[in-house]
Design a protein around this ligand. Structure first.
Ligand SMILES: C[C@H](O)[C@H](O)[C@H]1CNC2=NC(N)=NC(=O)C2=N1
Length: 94
C-alpha cells in the first residue's frame, strides 16, 4: 500500500497536477468536452489506464462533463497512486 500524503508532501504532490482540487481526503477534477460521445471516449480511455494501474476513480458523467474523484481506500486519503493516476488522466486531456 502507498503511504498517505499529508502536509508538505501533499502540497508538493498537488503541484504535479494543478488541475485537481483536494477535497475531503480525495482529489477531484471535472473535464468538459464538446460532445457527449467525446466524454464517453475519454471515459473509455481512462478505464483502460485505471484497470492497468489497478486504481479506479469514481466517475460521474453529466452530458458533456466528466467529474473524477480519486482516493486510496486502504490509506484513507490521497497517496502517490492518486497523484500518478491524476497525471496520466491529465495526459489524456491536455
Ligand atoms: C486490490 C485492489 O488493487 C484494490 O482494491 C484497489 C482497486 N482500485 C482502487 N481504486 C482506488 N481509487 N483506490 C483504491 O484504494 C483501490 N484499490
Amino acid at each position: 500500500m502507498s503511504d498517505l500524503l499529508e502536509d508538505d508532501d501533499l502540497t508538493a504532490a498537488l503541484k504535479k497536477c494543478p488541475e485537481w482540487e483536494y477535497e475531503k481526503k480525495s482529489i477531484t477534477r471535472t473535464v468538459e468536452f464538446e460532445e457527449f460521445m467525446d466524454a464517453i471516449d475519454f471515459v473509455n480511455d481512462l478505464a483502460e489506464i485505471a484497470e492497468e494501474a489497478q486504481h479506479h476513480p469514481d466517475i460521474h458523467i453529466r452530458h458533456t462533463k466528466v467529474s473524477l474523484k480519486l482516493t486510496t481506500h486502504d490509506a484513507g486519503g490521497v497517496t502517490d497512486l492518486d497523484i500518478e493516476l491524476a497525471q496520466r488522466v491529465d495526459n489524456l486531456v491536455d
